[in-house]
Write a protein that binds this ligand. Sequence first.
Ligand SMILES: [Zn+2]
Length: 388
Amino acid sequence: MSTTALTGIGLLVTHDPELGELPDAALVIDDDRIVWVGPAAEVPDADESSDLDGRCVIPGFVDSHTHLVFAGDRAAEFEARMSGQPYTAGGIRSTVAATRAATDEDLTSHAAGLIAEMLASGTTTTEIKTGYGLSTVDEERSAHVASRLSGDVTFLGAHVVPPEYADRTDDYVALVAGPMLEACAPYCRWIDVFCDRDAFDVDQARTILTAGAARGLGLRVHANQLANGPAVQLAVELAAASADHCTHLSDADIDALAGSPTVATLLPGAEFSTRSPYPDARRLLDAGATVALATDCNPGSSYTSNMAFCIALAVREMGMTPAEALWAATTGGARALRRDDVGVIMVGARADLVALQAPSPVHLAYRPGVPLIAATWKGGQPITAIGG
Ligand SMILES: [Zn+2]
């Protein structure tokens, strides 16, 4: 295997507690791994070399919460919402109808297009949820499609109750926790439940999550997006890897998260796109909770694939410093996926890297909406040519 040295790094932000931030740095990639990190003056010989001309390098973004397997869009619903109609979880059903009608090839090429969009904007790891099939066959199809694009696939049969189970929610919960879980589990690493007002209640969520854990899946919870409720506490009680949204939090919720390994994953694209109040990241951070940022990319409540946009929102609207927001979008996302090979630049980590057309990552929030991603490497492979 040949080695590649990246030299001329003006500022290297590693998120390795030992290395911290290095000015005038270099690193060496061998195959898909980082094998050397240090001062530019000490870079060892490599087979190839690329001069980054003073650009800042950060870990690739880790997007730990997306819903990429779907068909259709809901621009009309967004337009209506921006004209004053409130967001409810029920709009998911229109995407379910479109997804069921789509072929596997259509679903795959559409999701792959979104992954390409994400890579070009610096996201090198993407979790993908099912949840727009909501029948055993369509959830299994969705899980299979997702597994071709990501190693972190989440079974979200409990996204919303499909129309054919209206007024029979307990029957649907039994389906999700039984045959649907059995069909999807081989493609999945995680299971998730939308536990909220107008969604699944805490007992239904517990039934489904417990069944998933028994099947060997890790746990994630859509928690407290729409209202205060018991979902965050349930996530902590069941040692879920992540409680996602956390828009409405009581003091007890914050204490529970702060004293647990459960990551609070904040999704400001959803608040932006539903014109809702943002979660208070400052309270979580000050309490000692681990915070991740993710896009929640989905056609209804957050149709952005752009992590830099979410970083800008987190800094402007949620009380995070630029450094905290960057950490949450990289290392925090890795923690939410219980991974230590991504979200950090250190020897042995995957060579998932982003070079910024900027001297520091502060510019991600300081220059919102500006395309600052000069280049991305995923597993050591360059995705976007500098200047291209
Ligand atoms: Zn979601």
